[in-house]
Design a protein around this ligand. Structure first.
Ligand SMILES: NC(=O)c1ccc[n+]([C@@H]2O[C@H](COP(=O)([O-])OP(=O)(O)OC[C@H]3O[C@@H](n4cnc5c(N)ncnc54)[C@H](O)[C@@H]3O)[C@@H](O)[C@H]2O)c1
Length: 249
């Protein structure tokens, strides 16, 4: 028996990086997956590689109409929705906090935080009707042990962690579990943004702050998401699981 047999998952930002790793893992474990990304080509290409168990959907997770539409299309395609992974996220480039302008600040909060509100609005009623569900919100070690130069991004991830715990207690009576993942710096296209510049020296500096001595990989995040999404974690809610090689100790 595969670990997500019979489940339907919607994963945002799944055209690339951690989200792509998550949908590949979920599909291999028997789930039907809706791959949601602002980059339609990336979402459709990923769905094409996975096959009939996947659909690729274009949506901006900061826009209510797009989020509603993505949930509706997932229900139209697969008939139910058990798991939502709020993974799509962006950051300002690593730089002094006063150099990030208001428009960029607003955009980062809209994509990283407001999206969780919008997916709650769209998916909680569906999960209630289905008798339960799971949200996994992708936070970050940035929300636990902030690095300089990423102040406003760090703040979004603190919000993700607090929202996760608050949603968990409020939705527990509905058998809806809500957990977060807190990855350490990972080998994805976002890494250069976090480091400010992608040089061997910067990479060494970041890796030196991770006791296990390497960056995280999409597969690490996918394995943790798989556990939290599966029935093996049926007594677990409100956790912020660090996938960080010891960075936050
Ligand atoms: N890579 C890291 O070092 C790291 C560490 C900790 C946490 N995270 C978090 O992990 C998550 C995934 O990041 P990643 O590293 O895989 O980055 P990534 O850039 O590889 O992937 C993010 C995906 O989200 C999509 N996206 C961006 N804005 C969107 C929007 N408005 N609507 C829909 N899709 C949108 C992008 O097109 C991209 O495909 C983010 O929430 C990020 O903050 C990343």
């Amino acid at each position: 028996m595969k670990r997500l047999e019979g489940k339907v998952a919607l994963v945002t930002g799944a055209g690339s990086g951690f989200g792509l790793g998550i949908v590949e893992k979920f599909a291999a474990e028997g789930a039907k997956v809706a791959i949601v990304d602002i980059k339609e080509d990336a979402a459709k290409a990923a769905a094409g590689r996975i096959g009939a168990a996947a659909i690729g959907l274009a949506a901006d997770v900061s826009k209510a109409a797009d989020v509603k539409d993505a949930v509706k299309k997932t229900l139209d395609a697969f008939g139910r929705l058990d798991i939502v992974v709020n993974n799509a996220g962006i950051s300002h480039r690593n730089r002094p906090m006063l150099e990030v302008d208001e428009a960029e600040f607003d955009r980062i909060f809209a994509v990283n935080v407001k999206s969780i509100y919008l997916f709650a609005q769209a998916a909680v009623p569906v999960m209630r009707q289905g008798g339960g569900g799971v949200f996994i919100n992708v936070g970050s070690t940035a929300g636990i042990r902030p690095r300089p130069g990423l102040t406003w991004y760090n703040g979004t991830k603190g919000a993700v962690h607090t929202l996760t715990k608050s949603m968990a207690v409020e939705l527990a009576p509905d058998r809806i579990r809500v957990c977060a993942l807190a990855p350490v710096a990972g080998e994805t296209p976002l890494l250069a943004t976090f480091m400010g510049e992608d040089t061997p020296q910067k990479r060494e500096q970041f890796i030196n702050s991770i006791p296990l001595g390497r960056f995280s990989k999409p597969e690490d995040i996918a394995n943790a998401a798989l556990y939290l999404a599966s029935d093996e974690a049926s007594m677990i809610t409100g956790v912020v699981l660090e996938v960080d090689g010891g960075r936050c100790i």
